[in-house]
Ligand binder design. Structure first.
Ligand code: 13P
Length: 256
């Protein structure tokens, strides 16, 4: 199997210590298909508790912990920021970078996001690089231009060969938290574009990069989405806060 599947939970600014317990207990009995990784990304105050609980409950080794953001700086006077070293020390393995909420609410630019991806890779963390177009950009047929402009600065900074250690999450902004999922056909077409775009730089790397779909994924639509040729799992928001629903989504993923 050439490509692993990944289902990542992005709790955003939700959840509490009780959810840490419920989620770990719920995932204890999960049966994952071959070549699947699950990543739980809670808010940073809960990372430590989740790591401790996952270890205590001997969670399946295919289940990892991720952060929702990381600083591009090594350390120093950056109040409120979290460094790659801090995440490493907590045994965090993945980090979401460039989520559309970070791009829009906190004005993160594609250049800054490229610096963050670089910092994560240097520290041995797997970046889950998020890209996606707005509703207006989709309506005016700018989707491919926007996605290319989000990807290129990262390729330029880290080099395409390093994408072997990168996960990309395509999240159309208009599908996030709205209940408006992209149709499986539309999602597949866009994932195919992303893979072809990477393939222009390096075909063999492009064939191996897991491409996740995000935006209103739930227990009812995950199977059809994950069955698409270029969709290798999902980045799940709302539905990842409910252990039972999240388990169904994780069980639907399969390496390709
Ligand atoms: P929803 O699944 O709630 O639409 O959120 C998607 C998302 O933004 C995950 O990062």
């Amino acid at each position: 199997m050439a490509r692993r599947a990944i289902v990542a939970a992005n709790w955003k600014m939700n959840g509490d210590l009780a959810l840490v317990d419920t989620m770990v207990s719920g995932l204890k009995s999960i049966k994952l298909q071959e070549n699947v990784n699950v990543v739980i990304c809670p808010s940073s105050p809960y990372l430590s508790a989740l790591v401790v609980k996952a270890k205590a409950e001997k969670l399946n080794a295919a289940i990892s912990i991720g952060a929702q953001n990381v600083s591009e700086h090594k350390n120093g006077a950056f109040t409120g920021e979290i460094s790659t070293q801090m995440l490493q020390e907590l045994s965090v393995k993945f980090v979401i970078i460039g989520h559309s909420e970070r791009r829009s609410c906190y004005k993160e630019t594609s250049t800054q996001i490229a610096h963050k991806v670089n910092a994560a890779l240097i520290a041995g963390l797997t970046p889950i690089l998020c890209i996606g177009e707005s509703e207006a950009e989709r309506a005016t047929e700018q989707t491919e231009t926007v996605l290319a402009a989000q990807l290129q600065p990262v390729i330029d900074e880290v080099g395409i060969e390093k994408f072997i250690d990168v996960v990309i999450a395509y999240e159309p902004v208009w599908a996030i938290g709205t209940g408006k999922t992209a149709s499986s056909e539309m999602a597949q077409d866009t994932h195919q574009f992303i893979r072809q775009f990477l393939a222009q730089a390096n075909e063999s790397v492009a064939a191996k990069v897991p491409l996740l779909y995000g935006g209103s994924v739930n227990a009812s639509n995950c199977e059809e989405l994950f069955a698409q040729a270029d969709i290798d799992g999902g980045l799940i928001g709302g539905a990842s806060l409910q252990a039972e629903q999240f388990k169904i989504i994780c069980s639907a993923a399969k390496g390709k």
